[in-house]
Structures are given as structure tokens and as C-alpha cells.
Design a protein around this ligand. Sequence first.
Ligand code: 5GP
Ligand code: ZN
Length: 113
Amino acid sequence: MENCLFCKIIKGEIPSAKVLENDQVYAFRDINPQAPTHVLVVPKKHVSSVAEIDQLSDAEIAACLKAVKQIAAEESLSDGFRVVSNCGPDACQSVPHLHFHILGGRKMGDRMA
Ligand code: 5GP
Ligand code: ZN
């Protein structure tokens, strides 16, 4: 996707603070962190959101969640963390490339929305 911000980040055309990379997944720190740890995990293949997840292989989907688990461990989020994937306008998704927010390092609010 030529004009996708996260595709450009994956390709290195826009700088990012990389946290993890493998064949299927790229993860980097959110530019506007909402918690002490705020990392975005994205599949390298462009799909817009969870609503298009059937365009990914099972291995690519699994790789995203395995990356979440690995990053949470590496960031020492042993007291817990939140995983969020905004999907579409009602969820205020602002970048239309599937991503999972990992939020941790402090107690989260007890309301999710
Ligand atoms: P969404 O609102 O789509 O769920 O989340 C998009 C996230 O991408 C936001 O938390 C926003 O701060 C982050 N973001 C937007 N532009 C950039 C950027 O250029 N670099 C990084 N690292 N994060 C970005
Ligand atoms: Zn993209």
C-alpha cells in the first residue's frame, strides 16, 4: 500500500523505534504513548483491520499475538497489560493498517470505552 503510514514505517521510509521484527511482524513504540509502555504490533502484510483478517494466513495472525506475548515479557509487564485493536470509525481507528496496541507499566482504567 503506497500511501500507508505503517507500510512506510515497516519499509524504513519513516523512522520508528523498533521493538521487534521477524518475517511476518514489525513492532515499534507509539509516537504518542498513552502508558509507560505503548508498543504497536503490525503484520508486515497490509490489511486494514481485524475486519480483513481473513486476508492473512493463520501463521501471520498467530505471529502477531506471539509477538504481543514476547514483547510483554521483554518489557517486564508481569503485573499485566492491555491489548487493543481499534477497528473502524466507531473505534476511532486512525491508521488503516491492522495493529495491536500493547499498553502497560501502570494500572489501567477499569472502563475500556
Ligand atoms: P489507532 O488510533 O489507529 O488505533 O492507533 C494509531 C496509533 O498510531 C496512535 O496511537 C498514534 O499515536 C500512532 N502513530 C501515528 N503516527 C505515528 C508515527 O508516525 N509513528 C509512530 N511510532 N506511531 C504513530
Ligand atoms: Zn499498510
